[in-house]
Design a protein around this ligand. Structure first.
Ligand code: TYC
Length: 131
């Protein structure tokens, strides 16, 4: 915004300009993790992956087998509200089917290895975070 001022004699002008720059923070992303168990039928997991996460049948089968073998796997990366909704959908389908299928959320660290991140605080967030 421009602002003009006259000096005491009224013969010179000072222009001051204030610029406001708004930087949008990149939305924080959350990993949705699917956990293995010994009771949920494989076909049920495949159907859940297709319906809730929109995987094709072959990708869903591959992912189900990955989780079956490794114990846990990332099935999606979303903003918090979407991740939370997916977890609730899986929980609700599991409850209806009376299976213990577990789906959880964890903040994405961007390291891509799916492992534990030591730079995070105990609350699962980075120390310099403000939200
Ligand atoms: N381990 C289950 C079985 O052998 C299948 C399964 C896979 C369950 C992935 C959960 O997230 C899961 N029936």
């Amino acid at each position: 915004m421009a602002h003009f001022e006259d000096d005491q004699q009224g013969d010179s002008k000072v222009l001051t300009k204030t610029k406001t720059r708004t930087r949008l923070a990149r939305p924080r992303l959350y990993k949705v993790l699917l956990h293995n168990d010994d009771f949920t039928p494989r076909e049920f997991v495949v159907v859940v992956l297709q319906h809730v996460f929109h995987f094709t049948e072959s990708d869903a089968s591959r992912l189900m087998l990955y989780v079956h073998k490794n114990g846990v796997g990332v099935v999606g990366l979303y903003p918090f509200s979407v991740a939370e909704t997916k977890v609730a959908e899986v929980g609700s389908l599991a409850q209806q089917a009376e299976v213990p299928l577990l789906c959880t959320i964890e903040p994405d660290t961007g390291d891509g290895d799916g492992g534990d991140d030591d730079s995070r605080d105990d609350d699962g967030r980075h120390g310099d975070d403000v939200n």
